[in-house]
Design a protein around this ligand. Structure first.
Ligand SMILES: [Zn+2]
Length: 151
C-alpha cells in the first residue's frame, strides 16, 4: 500500500508519557465505568491510552486497578476489555506509528519541572479517587449496619 500524500511518516516519534524516542506507538480505547452506589456512569467514549508499548502497558495496568476500585460491582465491563488490550499490546511487536500520532515527532521536550508537576498532579488525582472510594467503603461497612439495626 502507498503511503498517504502529505508529510512523510516519521521513523521515530517521542512517546508523550516517558518522552523517549520510539518507533512504535500503540493506542487502545477501553470503557470507563464509575459505580458509587447512588449513581453509576459508563463513559461511552471510553478512555484512550497511547504511547510507547512500555508506557501503554503501564497505563493499562493502572487503569485496570483503578477500574477494579471505582467500578467495583461493574468491573466486569472494563476489566476484560483491558486484559485483552494488555495481551494485544504484548502480541503487537511490529514497529508502527499510526498517522494520527505522527505529530509526536514534533513534540518538544518539556522541561523537567513541568514533568514533575504533571506527575504530582496525576498522583494527586489517584489519591482523591482512592479517598472517595475509602469513604464509600467505610460508609458501607460501618454506617449501613448501624442504620439497619435501628429498624
Ligand atoms: Zn513511553
Amino acid at each position: 500500500m502507498e503511503a498517504p500524500a502529505g508529510p512523510a511518516a516519521p521513523s521515530h516519534v517521542r512517546c508523550p508519557n516517558c518522552m523517549r524516542m520510539t518507533d512504535h506507538i500503540q493506542s487502545y480505547r477501553h470503557p470507563f465505568v464509575v459505580f458509587a452506589i447512588v449513581f453509576f456512569s459508563v463513559d461511552g467514549t471510553g478512555q484512550t491510552v497511547f504511547g510507547c508499548p512500555k508506557c501503554v502497558r503501564k497505563r493499562l495496568r493502572e487503569n485496570m486497578l483503578v477500574s477494579l476500585l471505582i467500578a467495583n460491582v461493574l468491573c466486569w465491563i472494563p476489566i476484560p476489555v483491558i486484559v485483552l488490550q494488555l495481551q494485544a499490546s504484548h502480541l503487537d511487536t511490529h514497529p508502527s506509528i499510526p498517522p494520527e500520532y505522527w505529530y509526536l515527532a514534533r513534540l518538544p521536550l518539556p522541561n523537567r519541572a513541568a514533568r514533575v508537576q504533571e506527575e504530582r498532579a496525576r498522583r494527586k488525582r489517584l489519591w482523591v479517587i482512592l479517598f472517595i472510594l475509602a469513604i464509600v467503603i467505610a460508609a458501607l461497612v460501618f454506617v449501613m449496619p448501624v442504620l439497619a439495626d435501628r429498624r
